[in-house]
Ligand binder design. Structure first.
Ligand SMILES: [Zn+2]
Length: 301
């Protein structure tokens, strides 16, 4: 089974984005409570500190319920296909993971606002406007799966390296060494397969019946269309992203089912170390190039 991303998803960018506080929340109150709690005269009083902490938590809880207020469409569209955003799920996961170690609401809402200005909305639904907490959950799930995919890639690389050792001629005399290496390869392959099954368990090539986070997200954020590749006698699922989350989960699905791996962008000649983008072993448009779009463009100049 393989998956392919269908070209054509694009969406609005926004020039002005704000959060609307949930009813009853008070930013100033949170600040005052924090100031009061850090007051040394109070720190000797256990009940006062406890009460202030309680107040902070309930105000913070209100902040998580904030909705997005998107005021102005900037006029230009974000098109991940044209912009060759093949590594977007990994980049987003990295920047989210960087800030989530000790996430502050203010820092996270800045992160979301910047995100919307650059890429637009993550999930588009007419029925329910996502809250800040919904955004946090969505990013958290992407970061979790990307982390698991990185681990799978690592284990698979180790297995491949070990396997290539067993192909060396001189190994034939060291039968015990060879057997233990072969056993290690089997164990690593098994571990990688377990991790894959955790993310998505497909029975009989049918994603619509599959279990696991990846299958759930694909059903929610992409339209799934099955076709048969007669050349390879293989089932191919064509994934049409319905929103940006659909694009990200479709990229995840390629990594998982097609075994796509990533390398750091080779950069451009003027500055080879400058680029932090990654390039996939095979891009959704079928290309295999060592440069991201930015560096490719600069090379032409
Ligand atoms: Zn680059």
């Amino acid at each position: 089974m393989r998956v392919e991303i269908v070209e054509g998803f694009r969406q609005d960018r926004f020039s002005l984005v704000e959060f609307v506080p949930a009813v009853g929340s008070d930013k100033d109150l949170l600040r005052k409570a924090k100031v009061a709690r850090s007051d040394t005269r109070l720190s000797t009083s256990g009940w006062a500190v406890t009460n202030l902490l309680h107040l902070e938590n309930s105000v913070e809880d209100q902040f998580w319920k904030q909705h997005l207020y998107i005021e102005k469409i900037s006029g230009d569209l974000f098109d991940p296909w044209v912009l060759e955003c093949w590594d977007l799920h990994r980049r987003i996961s990295d920047s989210f993971s960087d800030l989530s170690e000790d996430v502050k609401i203010a820092r996270f809402s800045e992160f979301v606002v910047d995100f919307i200005r650059e890429y637009g909305e993550l999930v588009t639904s007419s029925s329910k406007k996502p809250t800040l907490k919904d955004w946090f959950t969505e990013f958290g799930e992407i970061a979790y799966v990307v982390g698991a995919l990185r681990e799978i890639e690592l284990i698979q690389n180790e297995a491949n390296t070990l396997h290539s050792m067993t192909q060396v001629e001189t190994m034939s005399v060291q039968i015990f060494a060879r057997r233990s290496i072969e056993a290690a390869v089997v164990a690593k392959d098994k571990k990688a397969e377990e991790l894959r099954q955790n993310l998505c368990k497909v029975v009989g090539d049918d994603i619509t019946e599959a279990t696991g986070l990846v299958a759930q997200k694909l059903r929610k954020y992409t339209s799934l269309d099955i076709s048969q590749n007669t050349e390879m006698s293989m089932v191919v699922w064509n994934l049409q992203p319905l929103c940006l989350a659909g694009w990200l989960w479709a990229l995840v699905a390629r990594d998982l089912f097609n075994g796509i791996t990533y390398k750091l962008c080779a950069g451009n000649e003027s500055d080879e170390t400058n680029c932090t983008r990654e390039v996939p072993s095979v891009a959704p448009n079928g290309e295999n190039v060592p440069h991201c779009l930015n560096c490719k463009d600069e090379e032409k100049v």
